[in-house]
Design a protein around this ligand. Structure first.
Ligand SMILES: [Zn+2]
Length: 192
């Protein structure tokens, strides 16, 4: 899309960056890019930037393509809430903004509504190029934003204290409890 940018990056280059990182073209990453662009106007892209997303779908990759924040460096926090929302804040002051999808704006645009609520429509979802164009055209009404302060976690002081699990003997974060999460019955695996 000529003459269109996200976070100062030419849109076509953004799509190439997205494909390289995410493995394909995803409208959700376009929306995530618009959220980051709106948020970064309020909270600067400094080493103190923290991004928080409220779904595992697409938004984590938008943050990792467009900012230095990753899950591995601690700059990106992911909540598995299934909500298309993204916050950006300064980790020193804990002040920032939370962006979300404006549902009225989604409902008002059939192409975007079809993508977001596919069960309400028959036929295939709109093609990426068509949808991306619509998302970019709707950017000013699609993304809502409010100021926030991040709550201080009760356990933030001892966030990284470790202990050896009395059952399996492996090291784990003490904040998880008196034994590791796997030994508390939350294991996602069983040994073969
Ligand atoms: Zn254990």
């Amino acid at each position: 899309m000529a003459n269109t940018t996200i976070c100062g990056i030419d849109f076509d280059q953004f799509v190439l960056d997205m494909e390289a990182f995410h493995g394909g073209r995803a409208p959700g990453i376009v929306v995530g890019g618009l959220m980051i662009e709106a948020a970064i106007m309020e909270v600067a892209e400094t080493p103190d930037l923290t991004v928080v997303v409220e779904t595992y779908n697409c938004l984590p990759d938008a943050a990792q393509v467009l900012t230095h924040c990753t899950t591995g460096n601690g700059g990106l926090i992911v909540y598995d809430w299934g909500k298309f929302a993204l916050s950006a804040l300064d980790k020193k002051t804990r002040a920032g903004v939370r962006t979300h999808l404006v549902m009225e704006a989604v409902a008002a645009r059939p192409l975007i509504d079809h993508w977001f609520n596919p069960s309400r429509y028959s036929g295939n979802r709109p093609a990426f190029e068509v949808l991306a164009h619509e998302l970019m055209a709707a950017r000013s009404e699609l993304i809502g934003m409010k100021g926030i302060t991040m709550k201080q976690s009760e356990k933030s002081g001892q966030k990284k204290k470790t202990a050896l699990c009395p059952d399996c003997g492996e090291s784990y974060f003490l904040k998880c409890g008196s034994r590791c999460s796997a030994c508390q019955g939350m294991a996602y695996f069983e040994y073969t």
